[in-house]
Design a binder for this molecule. Structure first.
Ligand code: DGY
Length: 334
């Protein structure tokens, strides 16, 4: 095992930030750290990331950076902390970081409500055809109200199946209850009664069984080797023809080609997607469809969340540089 993990720095930590962060966060970082910012916000090339890990003591990356084993092999021994700006860490090879004695932190909690709000927005937008209606007006194609115009589907009384009942899944459930949805969930472990009870939530030990019974599916689990393509062609076949699929978690949870096929074949009724398998590329089969709502990975995109995420990154770096375990350490078992 690597040696002592938390050693006090006797100098300002050398921090490299890979993307632009909110201005107040960057200003504070410049006061506290020996920091290099990415002022024009370009996504860093592989060569730039290699140069960064060769020099930084702390790397502050985001979801747009691939921090894989090969990149970490190029890191100098001075790289001690990866302080991710974001809660998802699937773009970081955690095992490789652990093997090199590099601590990894993320920014949980502060984006939960905003992300759950966006899930709710898509749960409303897809069945009620909100984006389609907006396009109709902008295209000058609306000829006025009619009894059969723009009919969608009621969500009150429908069954919502949440895949992954962590912080965000629970926040979605809380909101969905207020809209009269019945809460169903699939999670490795059943939640304690104290959480399940007030949500009147039904636990499904197997995902397949739940998919066949719910009207709306919301993916709220992290991307891991186990959850990669958790929604594939077979699982899409299990869903009901009138069901909708919502994904504000990670694009790679869905086999996007299989989703396009299922939509084309009418095997499900629509999808609301904030994340994509090959982001920022979008499967061309999704672009022309009126039954999908597409958003540009904006689950946590509020001024408040991004500011608080930045503050968490700063706290994690400061506590680490002070020689203590940072509050949002991802790997607990060093
Ligand atoms: C998150 O926090 O994981 C967001 O998706 C941005 O990375």
């Amino acid at each position: 095992m690597p040696g002592p993990r938390f050693t006090k720095f006797d100098h300002k930590p050398r921090v490299i930030v890979t993307r632009r962060l909110p201005e107040a966060v960057e200003t504070r970082m410049a006061e506290l750290f020996d920091v290099t910012l990415n002022l024009d916000d370009h996504p860093m090339s592989r060569a730039e990331l290699e140069a960064a890990v060769a020099e930084a003591e702390v790397l502050a990356p985001t979801v747009t950076d691939t921090i894989d084993a090969a990149l970490l092999a190029a890191a100098g021994p001075q790289l001690k902390l990866i302080a991710n700006f974001g809660v998802g860490v699937d773009h970081i090879d955690l095992a490789a970081a652990r093997a090199r004695g590099i601590t990894v932190t993320n920014t949980p909690g502060v984006l939960t409500d905003d992300t759950a709000d966006l899930v709710m927005a898509l749960i409303l937008a897809v069945p009620r055809r909100i984006a389609e209606g907006e396009r109709l007006i902008r295209e000058g194609a609306w000829s006025g109200w009619s009894p059969t115009g723009m009919l969608g589907h009621r969500i009150t009384g429908k069954r919502l199946g949440i895949v992954g009942m962590g912080r965000i899944g629970q926040a979605v459930a809380l909101r969905a209850r207020a809209f009269g949805l019945a809460i169903h969930y699939h999670n490795r472990n059943r939640l304690p009664k104290a959480i399940e009870g007030p949500l009147e939530a039904t636990w499904w030990p197997t995902l397949d069984a739940m998919l066949a019974r719910v009207d709306i599916v919301s993916l709220n689990c992290p991307e891991t080797p186990e959850t990669h393509h958790i929604i594939n062609a077979e699982r899409l076949r299990l869903m009901q023809r009138h069901a909708f699929l919502i994904n504000v978690a990670r694009g790679t949870l869905i086999d996007e080609a299989a989703l396009v096929e299922a939509l084309e074949a009418g095997r499900i009724a629509g999808a609301g997607l904030d994340v994509f398998e090959h982001e920022p590329a979008i499967h061309p089969g999704l672009l022309g469809r009126p039954d999908v709502v597409l958003l540009p990975h904006m689950g946590s995109a509020t001024f408040e969340a991004r500011q608080e995420m930045g503050e968490k990154v700063i706290t994690n770096i400061r506590v680490f540089a002070d020689g203590h375990r940072p509050p949002d350490q991802v790997l607990e078992d060093y």
